[in-house]
Unconditional design. Structure first.
Lengths: 204, 204, 204, 204
DNA sequence: TATGAATGAGAATTCATTCAT
DNA sequence: CATGAATGAATTCTCATTCAT
């Protein structure tokens, strides 16, 4: 019993440490860029001994890769409950798109890592990250296809181009927001982006 | 006479070396990322002794910054002659947008550096880069404003959001093109992007 | 218990390494001059990997500054027990002055670093060094002032000039001793210096 | 004839350039230390192309060595006319000592190089410099010996110790003057130094 | 599992010196 | 003599990673 409790406590502590490291990494990657952030920096920020990082992550590369995965997971957690099953495609698209803006708005350091470091960097060519990004993008593509089939969006709209516009627009708007010191409401801006694109996608 | 000729030859050689370094840097930055590219790598690729880099660039930072500046210059050189003075705003917008796609298509390594490494990234906050990017973006904003005044584009279109969509769309489409091995015609894709956005911008 | 012992052993080893580095540095600085001594040299002499130096000293500068500080500390340790509290000022002056000569005699490499490299040189302007030197010099000045007040030394003796003569004399005599191969007894020479100066300082 | 004139002009220019380099070197050595001063710095300060330095000096080492020689020469030029042949030894000693203070006062950058760089550094072990320094010091020793023989100075005064006190005192006083920003009259201070030492040297 | 200490393999940068002209 | 350009050899410093305990 005692040892069981101890084990649980240990596991609990382990999970916490892991999160500490991951969150310190997210923050620092966003601030200084991935390559300019050393494990020593991360250890210091996470208040964990440097070599303990290796108890949780195989190496720096593994840690770097886990940052987007971790956040995609959180983003899904946030999005899922909001999606009304059976709602129409455009509505679902809007929810997914806007939830992402909200997530960034609440976790600007992740926004920074993702839009300023991970997505644009060659790391996206890394299979694990690419898969997560692709999966996310694919969702957009499918919903856009549905909207086309439903006659809401133009027949001649290329769903991949449309998805690129949504993702690219989000990326640019976020990057500007971050680079200029988050001076305005990102979610509002997100709405404008959605509306403008939606207008361009609509059946005439 | 002789010394004049000699001088020219020397200057010629100097300019060539400078270009060699810059182009090797552009290539490698795109392939491996800026921070992962060492001056040793660049020197080797440019077939120039490492220390000679310092004859042409103050330090690595200066070399990094010169890459986007240099290419923006080239992009302007390419765009300017195509702009029909007095042409309408939308037409000029289309030319500028499409010329950029053509330029990337012809200089994919620059595309890689610019869209995957420099913009959007912490380097974009670097004053010299920011200035060049801002100048470029401002042009879009102005033409969009003109188009709104002319009644072509919707009165309630926010020109900054519109610009973000154009730039962000270009960025995403380019990134995908690069990351997926340039399997299709980027310029064609660019046309689709422009058309879709244009539709969304139009006065109903 | 065990871990306590281990810790002590580790700390012990650490302190030893630190001392090794410091002593190798002192020796080499004296032999070749500070700027001509590379960290690579020091690492080799201390039989420690180059990068380990950075585990003990922030950078070369910090290492350089620690040399005089460290030795001033040792010099104080040596001098303090010899000072008879309540002894007259001149006697205390003599003890301090002669103990320094003895210390140099026993640690010629420090003598070399201090009298040929650090003081007098641009490094002496370094706040940390200046503070240590000033503190040491001030002691001389105060004792000389006391001796003047006690009527032992001339009323019109400038204590700062007197201190300069003592320090300068020590510096020159040490330098000559070192440069000419330490062929004679430095402490004896020190006595002659003290006597001659003392004579010049006395009330007629 | 014409070529003779040209030659002379060239030689004239050569000598000037040589002086420019030497004086720039003296200045910079004093400011930053010999090892921290690069030939590039010197070339820039002397307004001479870097490689031209090699037309006048074999290498950096040769240039460094020439700085004290050059200044000793100038010091001799200044001192010689002031020495009254047949004057008594103490008077001559005073003149030589004080002229040196005046020279430093007028050429503080040389004072800095000499007292903060050349004399205390191992460079004094360099035969050429050592010879010049020794020659200068010997003069003091000889005059002190004369003064002893003449019965002015104490029979039991060691002339070498006495010389060390004069040189060391000058060195220390100058170093302090330089390090503290030349806030007072160095020549006056020099007089105090001479008087105090002289008192200590006198026959009771 | 935890961790302080250690380290090898680079990285950027500097600089005396050479050389072709 | 003059000089712009070129360069090899060092130098300081960083950092991911390992290891003994």
């Amino acid at each position: 019993m005692a040892s069981g409790t101890t084990l649980k406590l240990k596991q609990q502590r382990s999970r916490e440490r892991r999160e500490q490291i991951l969150s310190a990494a997210t923050k620092l990657f966003g601030e200084k860029g991935i390559d300019r952030t050393s494990l020593t920096d991360i250890a210091a920020a996470a208040k964990v001994p440097l070599s303990s990082i290796y108890d949780y992550f195989e190496d720096k590369r593994a840690l770097v890769l886990e940052v987007p995965e971790d956040n995609f997971e959180a983003l899904y957690q946030k999005t899922e409950p909001l999606l009304v099953k059976g709602g129409n495609a455009v509505e679902q698209l809007r929810i997914i798109f806007m939830t992402n803006f909200e997530y960034i708005s609440e976790n600007p350091s992740w926004g920074r890592v993702f839009f300023l470091e991970i997505w644009p960097s060659v790391i996206a060519a890394e299979p694990r990250v690419k898969k997560a990004v692709d999966k996310y993008a694919l969702r957009y593509v499918q919903l856009i296809k549905q909207a086309i089939r439903a006659g809401t969006y133009r027949r001649n709209l290329d769903p991949y181009t449309a998805m690129s516009l949504m993702m690219g627009g989000m990326c640019h708007v976020t990057a500007v927001w971050l680079l200029y010191g988050r001076k305005y409401d990102l979610v509002k801006k997100g709405k404008a982006v959605f509306t403008t694109l939606h207008n361009g996608f609509l059946q005439e």
